[in-house]
Design a protein around this ligand. Structure first.
Ligand code: KMH
Ligand code: ZN
Length: 275
């Protein structure tokens, strides 16, 4: 089986220190959490940033500061800025994260509108998705296609039909927000993408670990971290993102799956070697 790429979603935009004191807000905390994940075996850092008080922002300057701080302590890790940002941000605001230097090699592209619970709606119209895809293509940024249910795979395929996506495409299945986080649904959605595509999966909250174990067994790649889940196990908050990456590594070891280095992850994902 292909080596396992572990992505660490270290901060997210919605989780808070009240829920888990290790959630990073400051530049130093973001770098600390990225390093803990990288040292444990993560090859991709999925990045959201905050102001010091925890407010989510897509500010280019703040992303740049965090990017530079992470690069210092994780010299070859793949840094993947979010273009999802936080619920309610404008498209222009969301794209600010991609204006850092060097231009990101990888960034998220959310492929549909999502019910985030209560009255929260994360809006991605067809025009938004096509426009983000076009901008990323023009700038040589590989999109990670964020998919929260099967309809979003179909939207990604529409974007592909317009010639706006390079191959192989890479999908990230986020289960447990809109689509149920069952193994049945994971099998279904991972069989719904074009042959030759690569995929990562993550289960939100209490769904994290059974989805990770199933994904590792099935040959997919995994995402773990505070953005998606704050607990190492029931009733036990994770002390760091690194602890969660360590757990994913342990599951992979038990299942006989080797862990990809950042260089190997770039090869698997079709990214250029780091300059
Ligand atoms: N925070 C969510 C509204 C992404 O990073 O692209 C969007 C999100 C997806 O987390
Ligand atoms: Zn995100």
């Amino acid at each position: 089986m292909e080596k396992l790429i572990i992505s660490a979603c270290i901060s997210g935009a919605e989780v808070t220190k009240e829920q888990n004191p290790a959630v990073p807000y400051t530049v130093e905390e973001i770098a600390r959490e990225a390093k803990s994940a990288y040292d444990a075996g993560a090859s991709v850092i999925h990045l959201h940033v905050r102001w010091d008080d925890g407010t989510p922002t897509q500010s280019t300057e703040r992303f740049q500061e965090c990017y530079d701080a992470i690069r210092k302590v994780c010299p070859d890790v793949i840094i993947q800025p979010s273009t999802g940002g936080a619920v309610g941000m404008t498209d222009l605001e969301r794209l600010e994260s991609t204006n850092i230097v060097p231009t990101p090699e990888f960034a998220t592209l959310d492929c549909g509108t999502v019910n985030f619970g209560g009255d929260e709606i994360f809006i991605n119209t067809d025009n938004t998705i096509m426009n983000f895809a076009k901008i990323m293509q023009e700038r040589g940024i590989k999109p990670e296609l964020e998919v929260f249910d099967k309809g979003m795979v179909d939207i990604a395929l529409k974007v592909d039909k317009k010639g706006l996506l390079e191959h192989p495409m890479h999908f990230d299945f986020v289960l447990g927000v809109q689509m149920a986080a069952t193994i049945r649904d994971l099998v279904f959605i991972s069989n719904s993408i074009p042959a030759g595509s690569t995929w990562t999966a993550t289960g939100i909250g209490r769904n994290a670990w059974h989805i990770a174990a199933a994904t590792i067994s099935m040959g997919g790649h995994v995402r773990v971290g505070f953005e998606d889940n704050l607990y190492l196990e029931k009733g036990r908050l994770a002390k760091s993102n690194g602890e969660m990456v360590e757990k994913a590594v342990k599951i992979a070891e038990l299942l006989g799956r080797e862990i990809a280095t950042p260089t190997e992850a770039r090869e698997i994902l079709g990214l250029k070697p780091l300059a």
